[in-house]
Ligand binder design. Structure first.
Ligand SMILES: [Zn+2]
Length: 186
């Protein structure tokens, strides 16, 4: 075993965890889950059945990644952010797992503390979701989203710095160009 699980956490059967991944206190990983290498799951993290998590993903304290959610490599989930998997839940009329709406968070994207990603949406590569935002539609690559419901307030570099009009990062010199409201690295 070349990963770490704190003794207060539960890993169910048929779970794959990559090397150097750490699962901290009071967490629960359900059956059928795949977690990549070098991930960090903070305190009180729940991973639902059959969820796939890539490499280098950081999940801060008090996050539940429910069945139907997929996190690609290097996704960051801020503390107490929320995923869902049912748009119209009823306790009396449960839909069952096959009706869950899928949520995909693409490579490198970051989700701020206490934000909500409503199910059925995709967060683009390297997108940045502000703290407390409620995402109710697909998010373009490199977009900064804020508010309720979340609106795009700008563009962000791969390194995390917001981009100015020139689309060249003042911090790391990466350069982008905008083609029909999509940002692409030059
Ligand atoms: Zn940059």
């Amino acid at each position: 075993m070349n990963y770490f699980v704190h003794e207060s956490s539960y890993i169910d059967e048929n779970v794959s965890i990559g090397k150097q991944t750490k699962v901290w206190h009071f967490s629960h990983v359900q059956t059928g889950v795949t977690i990549g290498d070098e991930c960090s799951l903070g305190q009180n993290v729940y991973i639902g059945s059959n969820v796939r998590i890539g490499n280098g993903v950081k999940i801060q304290n008090n996050v539940s990644v429910y069945e139907g959610v997929e996190l690609e490599d290097y996704v960051f989930c801020g503390p107490s952010m929320v995923f869902t998997n049912d748009l119209t839940p009823r306790s009396k009329y449960p839909k069952g797992t096959s009706a869950y709406k899928r949520t995909l968070v693409k490579y490198g994207a970051s989700i701020g503390a206490n934000a909500t990603i409503v199910c059925g949406n995709t967060v683009g590569r390297w997108a940045m979701i502000a703290s407390g935002a409620v995402v109710t539609k697909d998010v373009p690559d490199y977009a900064i989203m804020a508010g309720i419901p979340a609106r795009q307030i700008g563009w962000v570099c791969e390194c995390g710095m917001p981009l100015k009009e020139s689309y060249t990062c003042s911090y790391c010199d990466r350069s982008y160009k905008k083609i029909s409201n999509e940002l692409h690295e030059k």
